[in-house]
Design a protein around this ligand. Structure first.
Ligand SMILES: C[S@@+](CC[C@H](N)C(=O)[O-])C[C@H]1O[C@@H](n2cnc3c(N)ncnc32)[C@H](O)[C@@H]1O
Length: 930
């Protein structure tokens, strides 16, 4: 269960008649306990209470009590030996009228009326194993409001199915946005009298809900009619006291969906919430999910948290503003100049969703402005920061609508906070009519039209006539001049997940510019649009992005194009886990990168340590792999650039499975031991090597062919391979006459060093190892034949893992190894004989330790949860030996490892290699910089 579902469940529970015996079970059920767990508790098997209540081990001790006994009962629960013994985290006592509870870990308590306990649901969330409790309890209101609005939305669609169709979705979304505004307005005195909107609906609409839609429509109409025009338009007296709001929010159709009795009661319920507590940054992202069928299950739990948004906005421009504020001290003139600068800043999010990046940027800028006004003794002063300077593009209609609303609400809340309620109210209505959030496809729209270079009027046009935006931003920026900052969290979408129209978006952007653009993530479209934008007008653009655009194969496709536009990396966050509250958020690792044509000095490179603390390093350049160092793109190399042994792809069968054998298939051939020795070999690919699986293949030397053909099952298989190859592609046809063999026949004379082509990213080392003479390596792994052991020591280091992860990239989340990109490019200093001897010993140690744990497989041994200590120690020694060869000591962290590797690589590539196409682009950038 997610937080929203829990909120719904306990709200339902609080509304039911109190049943003392049943309450503890119902409470546990609301927090996601399964029926079987409850059954065992009821049966007493797992109920450890010594007071006649319900005590769930390591969780909660609950006791229902007689009226007026709540406080004493809580004390008894606390004193109960069973509470301590069962390590209960919470105690809870209630008589159905009052409720008291204590979090025994933090000592926090709750004491409230029974009916109000759902208001404290954040307090109890650890019971559901939800650990990001702080985030939720801080946003408890937003979760409750989302939950209630969701119920209303679903109920309305039941009664008005046509409002759920594509044609009416816009009306439905607009209706919900209007409602949200009204709920906020009635609780913040924007409408005269608290709760006036909900009260008016309660009073004026029939209990059977038959005219609820008419009442609401009349109110909306009033809010769209200027006061002086109301009499003429027949607005009834009871609606006339509502102010004129407009802001295009109430313009257009005033049709309202019909309400059932239930929908009406849900509506009144939502209105009953305390809407002053709304967080426009979080709420918008949550609420947008209710309008999306496939997202409704998560109810916005994937929203971007404020700390994550600030990771983009702080280095983008907020840090600089705060620094300037600090430097200004109390100097009135410097403060004034800073205020003027802030008033001219434009923030543009071209995938703005419901505007959370824009709202946070706005709020942070208001905080800085308020401090300026305070220091200048002008606390009453109206803000100079225009909401319309916060522009966005959003594909979906509802979030686009909500984004503007969220900004309007944020504007009001900031006014109340910094200038007081009276001044905030005086200037709030009517809302501005223009729309500065454009609903359309950001990859087809011309960003220079939506966020034009300073001093130019705004006129929206699409690159493609069929993609004309729904709402056109046709207003100028206020306060001419100024800086432009582009930000956001555009959709990532790997190449396999893109829909046809998204592929088409990328085609339009990349087709004539780069080859192999089809491998790019969808987010790459935002990068190239941003780079192009920056070449036309001074701006800095920073996006959250999948880390795959800064790793492996996408780097040589995307980044030379960005660099050749003149942009460089201004700041970046290296890969970090993107945590949100969605249940399916596992595995998203992101980077943040800021680009501009005028990078600031020094460049800032951030990373998060294992405890989530931010570390900052500075340097002259950041490269496309997000390491400090000159811009360099690692290209495939056909030979090792360092003095390393050759690594090749394993043997490709092209056999339709006929040359490959399971153990049973091998036995079914009924070969004599001698025939078996002659024709059958063990074969290993990644899976066989890592999981210790047994697999065989036919391995027939030309000189034994006649003998093999004389064995009917072998002859049959050889014929089968021939037929298949003759009907295959060119490569297959070319080897059809060698159908007793693999495409190539590489095999180690003494031993083969195997490197799996794919490996789990959770392993701390790449699992490579030796196979004895006679074992074949399949094309699902890489092989080094008869090579010295120190090669294995290199592959097994942390240093090599870091290099490979960075330059080879990933297959989904797994590490994808490549000989040409990972091994041949691996920068290794010249190794002395002593170095080689030391590394050989390290590799032997690793192999011996593995041997010692026989029959554990590589998968068992390298499972990070229980990697044996002696194996870890052997790897650690290996790391130490190699790192000392590089820099005379251990590296402090992976960032340092990567920097050293890139430094060596840059020198190696510069030393005598012909410049590649990408080198040329790099040098062009360098020339421009000069
Ligand atoms: C990852 S969300 C980020 C939204 C918001 N900043 C947040 O954190 O919740 C990406 C947004 O981009 C929007 N989007 C997807 N494709 C788009 C396109 N081609 N043009 C404009 N917006 C798009 C999606 O609808 C979604 O709201």
């Amino acid at each position: 269960m997610n937080a929203v579902e829990i909120e719904q469940a306990i709200t339902d529970l609080a509304e039911q008649p109190f049943d003392p015996a049943e309450f503890p079970y119902a409470f546990l059920e609301a927090f996601g306990n399964k029926a079987t767990t409850l059954k065992r508790l009821r049966a007493g098997a797992s109920n450890k209470s010594d007071l006649g209540g319900v005590l769930q081990t390591s969780n909660i001790h609950i006791l229902s009590c007689d009226a007026g006994q709540v406080t004493q009962t809580l004390a008894a629960l606390k004193a109960s030996p069973a509470t301590g013994k069962a390590k209960a985290k919470f105690i809870l006592a209630t008589d159905g009228k009052d409720l008291e509870a204590e979090d025994l870990t933090s000592g926090e308590t709750v004491a409230c009326a029974f009916k109000d306990f759902p208001d404290h649901f954040g307090f109890f969330l650890p019971l559901a194993g939800i650990s990001t409790v702080r985030q939720i309890s801080e946003n408890a209101f937003d979760i409750r409001a989302t939950s209630r609005l969701n119920r209303l939305y679903v109920e309305l669609l039941k009664d008005n199915p046509e409002w759920g169709t594509a044609e009416r979705r816009h009306d439905m979304n607009k209706f919900m946005a209007r409602l949200i505004f009204c709920f906020f307005a009635e609780d913040t005195d924007i409408f005269i009298g608290k709760g006036r909107f909900t009260d008016t609906i309660t009073q004026m609409s029939e209990r059977d809900a038959s005219n609820t839609h008419d009442v609401i429509a009349t109110l909306f109409r009033a809010m769209n009619t200027k006061l002086e025009e109301r009499a003429a338009t027949g607005i009834p007296r009871w609606a006339a006291e509502f102010p004129y709001v407009n802001g295009s929010l109430f313009s257009g159709s005033d049709e309202v969906p019909r309400f059932s009795r239930i929908a009406r009661s849900y509506l009144l319920h939502v209105g009953g919430l305390e809407w002053t507590k709304i967080n426009p940054d979080i709420f918008g992202s949550m609420i947008q999910a209710i309008a999306e069928d496939e997202e409704r299950g998560e109810l916005g739990m994937h929203y971007t948290s404020v700390p994550n948004i600030l990771k983009v906005l702080n280095p983008l421009f907020l840090d600089d503003l705060r620094e300037k504020l600090e430097e200004a001290g109390d100097n009135a003139r410097t403060l004034l100049n800073l205020r003027k600068r802030i008033a001219r800043i434009r923030v543009f999010d071209p995938a703005c969703g419901s505007g959370n990046f824009l709202v946070i940027a706005y709020k942070e800028m208001r905080t800085i402005e308020a401090e300026i006004n305070k220091r200048r003794g002008e606390t009453d002063r109206a803000s100079d920061i225009p909401l319309t300077n916060f522009r966005g593009i959003e594909l979906r209609d509802f979030p686009a609508e909500i984004a503007r609303l969220a900004l309007v609400i944020a504007g009001y809340q900031c006014d109340v906070l910094y200038r007081g309620q009276r001044l905030a109210l005086a200037e709030f209505l009517p809302l501005r009519n223009e729309n500065w959030i454009t609903c359309g496809n950001a990859l087809r729209l011309d960003w220079l039209s939506i966020c034009p270079p300073t001093g130019t009027g705004v006129k929206v046009s699409a690159d493609d006539l069929f993609e004309t935006p729904l709402d056109q931003a046709e207003i100028d920026f206020e306060n001419a001049g100024g800086e432009t900052y582009i930000c956001g969290n555009p959709p990532y979408l790997g190449s396999r997940d893109q829909k046809d129209e998204q592929k088409a978006d990328l085609r339009v952007l990349f087709d004539k510019r780069v080859g192999n653009w089809k491998s790019l993530d969808y987010v790459a479209g935002w990068w190239i649009k941003a780079a192009d934008y920056c070449t036309h007008t001074e701006a800095v653009a920073a996006f959250v992005s999948t880390n795959s655009i800064c790793q492996g194969l996408q780097v040589p496709v995307l980044w030379p194009e960005i660099f050749s536009s003149g942009c460089e990396i201004d700041f970046a966050y290296t890969s970090f886990r993107w945590a949100n509250l969605a249940s399916h958020n596992a595995g998203v690792t992101v980077v943040i990168v800021g680009i501009t044509t005028k990078p600031r000095s020094p460049r800032r490179l951030f990373s998060l340590d294992s405890s989530g603390n931010t570390l900052e390093r500075q340097g002259s350049y950041i490269n496309a792999y997000l390491a400090l160092g000159e811009t360099v793109i690692v290209e495939k190399a056909s030979q090792p650039l360092s003095a390393l042994s050759d690594m090749t792809f394993g043997n490709t069968p092209i056999d339709g499975g006929l040359l490959l054998l399971s153990r049973d298939e091998r036995d079914e051939l009924q070969l004599t031991p001698e025939q078996q020795r002659c024709f059958v070999r063990r074969i290993v690919g990644s899976a066989e090597f890592i999981r210790g699986l047994e697999r065989y293949c036919l391995w027939i030397e030309d000189r034994h062919l006649a003998e093999a053909r004389a064995i009917p099952p072998l002859a049959q298989r050889i014929r089968g391979v021939r037929n298949l190859r003759l009907n295959g592609g060119k490569t297959a046809r070319d080897i059809a006459e060698r159908s007793h063999q693999f495409q190539r026949m590489f095999i180690g004379k003494n031993s083969t060093l195997v490197v799996p082509s794919v490996s789990s990213e959770s392993r701390e080392y790449l699992p490579c190892g030796y196979e004895p003479a006679g074992t074949v390596v399949s094309n699902l792994a890489f092989a080094l034949y008869d090579v010295p052991l120190w090669n294995m020591a290199l592959i097994a280091t942390r240093l090599h893992l870091v290099w490979v992860t960075t330059v080879c990239g990933k297959l989904e989340t797994r590490i994808r190894y490549s000989n040409t990109l990972g091994w041949n490019t691996f920068p290794v200093p010249t190794l002395t004989e002593k170095n080689k001897a030391d590394l050989t010993r390290c590799a032997e140690d690793i192999l011996l330790v593995r041997e010692h744990h026989f029959p554990a497989t590589i998968a068992d041994l390298y499972n990070p949860e229980n990697m044996p200590a002696d194996l870890r120690a052997a790897h650690d020694r290996n790391d130490e030996v190699l790192e000392r060869i590089y820099i005379g000591r251990r590296f402090k962290n992976d960032t340092e490892r990567l920097e050293k590797l890139f430094d060596l690589y840059t020198k190696m590539v510069a030393g005598g290699k012909a410049p590649t196409k990408k080198d040329v682009a790099r040098r062009a950038t360098a020339r421009r910089r000069a």
